[in-house]
Design a protein around this ligand. Structure first.
Ligand SMILES: [Zn+2]
Length: 63
């Protein structure tokens, strides 16, 4: 599990900086983005978060 704690620490800093967090769907665990402070009645802001190895970047479903 090497590096995971450090990754989560930096991810938390990124969430604090941008006010955006990564959440997972309760049924299939698919990741999506949500604004911090949003309660569970709020809708996610963007679905379909995917890492693309070829580009080394993250992609989202089209809006
Ligand atoms: Zn699901």
């Amino acid at each position: 599990m090497s590096g995971i704690e450090e990754f989560l620490e930096e991810l938390a800093a990124l969430t604090a900086k941008h006010g955006i967090l990564i959440e997972g769907c309760g049924c299939c665990c698919s990741p999506y983005l949500e604004r911090t402070g949003a309660d569970h009645k709020n809708l996610p802001i963007r679905f379909g978060l995917t890492y693309v190895p070829k580009t080394g970047r993250y992609a989202l479903d089209a809006e």
